[in-house]
Design a protein around this ligand. Structure first.
Ligand code: TLP
Length: 347
């Protein structure tokens, strides 16, 4: 074993490379509250172009980006349709109800996918008895479902329903570029059906901080006010945006390596007694490992792996989550597999 742990808890644990740090140090900056940070402006324009939207807004985190979108699209008392496992509902500290006064109408579906029929069935009729359906939120790739890709055809079907009922659609595209690399479908094609998209630079792309919210000029102008209220108007933040620009230039294509490593880890773990992985659900850089066959709790298995230098997160329902990223090599994946084998043998 190497002395450094093999950290598969998340792709958020990636650290900036020396080259990325140099780009940050060299960044031209200004006061972004005055709209005068050239590096932030460049990052926002670059992502707007890649995603085919009019404008972008730099955010401190994916959570802030999603929540600013939620607040911008809704009024207190409104309802948001999303998958039961969506990040915006499960992992954002209850921010939707707390910050925007919205509730969620939760839809179930395999691999994080919900269908147009399911969405249409839960849209509220116009009546004083009901909350107002105000937004449809989708997630691509889907984190809790295991990095799965939401089929573009179904997104377009949902868009038709949204148009029929006059509803906006938001995409939590924290890992949108993983979907781009895995499918070859370009970012602007994935983004086209949505009114707003949040995408993260601080996950597989390897920047230390930052997400960008994209949409129409009108939407982003409104979002600017909400971001200020949420405390997210930052000053000489070009030092962070520079990391994002570096990530877009250098770290997208290499996501294919993370996907290959995830595929190898998934197949290897699935062959080990006591562990099972639904290989049909391994599309990108996340794998969900069912550990119930070991006879141990997921927390116990996590602890045993950690003692031997392999870090994973528990993810409920008897599952551990492993996420591959740019700081984990193919060799380290082989070493991680040896550790899984040892645990299967010795308990
Ligand atoms: N996800 C984190 C944890 O919050 C679970 C992780 O380790 O995967 N949308 C999606 C789909 C995400 O996976 C995340 C982060 C976010 C939004 C929020 O991003 P941050 O952490 O920057 O607020």
């Amino acid at each position: 074993m190497t002395t450094e742990p093999i950290d598969l808890r998340s792709d958020t644990v990636t650290v900036p490379s020396d080259e990325m740090r140099q780009a940050m140090a060299a960044a031209e900056v200004g006061d972004d509250v005055y709209g005068e940070d050239p590096t932030v402006n460049r990052l926002q324009a670059e992502l707007a172009e890649r995603l085919g939207k009019e404008a972008g807004l730099f955010m401190a985190s994916g959570t802030m980006s999603n929540q600013v979108a939620l607040k911008t699209h809704t009024q207190p008392g409104d309802e948001v349709i999303c998958h039961r496992w969506s990040h915006i509902f499960n992992f954002e500290g209850g921010a939707g109800p707390a910050m925007s006064g919205v509730s969620f109408n939760l839809v179930d579906g395999d691999y994080g996918v919900i269908t147009a029929e399911q969405v249409e069935a839960v849209i509220r009729p116009d009546s004083i008895h009901y909350p107002t359906t105000a937004l449809i939120n989708l997630e691509n790739t889907h984190n809790k479902a295991g990095g799965t890709i939401f089929p573009l055809g179904e997104i377009r079907n949902i868009r038709k329903v949204a148009d029929h009922y006059g509803l906006p659609m938001h995409l939590d595209g924290a890992r949108l570029f993983n979907a781009v690399v895995a499918t070859g479908v370009e970012a602007h094609q994935w983004a086209e059906p949505f009114d707003s998209i949040s995408t993260c630079l601080s996950k597989g792309l390897g920047a230390p901080v930052g997400s960008v919210l994209l949409g129409s000029k009108e939407f982003i102008e409104k979002a600017l006010y909400v971001r200020k209220r949420f405390g997210g108007a930052m000053r000489q933040v070009g030092v962070l945006a520079a990391a994002g620009l570096f990530a877009l230039e250098n770290n997208i294509d290499r996501l294919a390596d993370d996907h290959a490593n995830a595929g190898r880890l998934a197949e290897g773990v699935n062959e080990i007694e006591g562990f099972s992985v639904d290989l049909n659900g391994v599309h990108t850089n996340i794998i969900m490992i069912d550990v119930t066959g070991t006879g141990m709790t997921e927390e116990a298995v996590r602890g045993r792996l950690a003692e031997r230098g392999v870090l994973l997160n528990t993810f409920g329902r008897g599952f551990l989550r492993a996420v591959t990223h740019l700081n984990v090599s193919a060799d380290e994946i082989e070493k991680a597999l040896e550790v899984f084998e040892r645990i299967a043998e010795s308990g």
